[in-house]
Design a protein around this ligand. Structure first.
Ligand code: CA
Length: 210
């Protein structure tokens, strides 16, 4: 799941991002309203954490603009205790929920899960294909009674995009090839019937479901 954090308190934004990443969420941070809006308008996010008091453009304006532009990404407002009126305005503008600062990370994670579940955003923590199960939380591939760790290296969406639709950056291109070859070795180690097939000029797909 891809989470956008729009928050001008840099320390808070980074702490939240670190916790989310440890839970295997992908995160991006914007430290002002305009940058956040521009990123949110791409529609690439599954969830947005939005501070209200932001430099440039405040959170409520960002939210209203997104909803006018029919970006329906679930939004969790991060508010200061004193901003009661803003919470109400925020919900009226199309926020899904709000969380009052300071909040515990456990509560934040629970709100994100509840909000995205309500919106029908699938958070299958154990996606399955053929005889393999991916445990995203542990970062493991499981096949029968065997499992293998995926390691901490993450291939970004951009790396896949540049691989599939072309990039001039040869090093990124090679990185993706290397990760795919690691994954193939791991599937072999597990004696899985699932294979990663290359579709030349298109990308990769899984094959071998029974
Ligand atoms: Ca703020």
């Amino acid at each position: 799941m891809n989470v956008l954090i729009i928050e001008d308190e840099v320390g808070l934004a980074e702490a939240v991002a670190a916790i989310l990443r440890s839970e295997r969420y992908q995160t991006d941070i914007a430290n002002d309203g305009q940058t956040g809006l521009k990123m949110a308008l791409t529609g690439e996010y599954d969830c947005i954490l939005l501070d209200i008091m932001l430099p440039g453009m405040n959170g409520l304006d960002v939210l209203s603009y997104l909803r006018v532009k029919e970006i329906e990404t679930p939004v969790l407002l991060l508010t200061a205790r004193s901003e009661t009126d803003d919470k109400i305005k925020g919900l009226d503008c199309g926020a899904d929920d709000y969380l009052t600062k300071p909040f515990s990370m456990g509560e934040l994670l629970a709100r994100i899960r509840a909000m995205t579940r309500r919106r029908g955003i699938v958070q299958d923590i154990n996606p399955k294909y053929g005889d393999i199960t991916l445990d995203l939380k542990k970062g493991e591939i499981i096949c029968g009674n065997s499992s293998v760790a995926l390691g901490s290296q993450i291939t970004t969406k951009e790396q896949f995009v540049s691989k599939i639709w072309g990039s001039n950056d040869e090093s990124e291109y090679n990185n993706v090839e290397v990760y795919i070859s690691f994954l193939r070795k791991k599937l072999n180690m597990l004696r899985s019937s699932v294979q990663i097939k290359t579709r030349r000029g298109i990308g990769y797909c899984l094959d071998g479901a029974k």
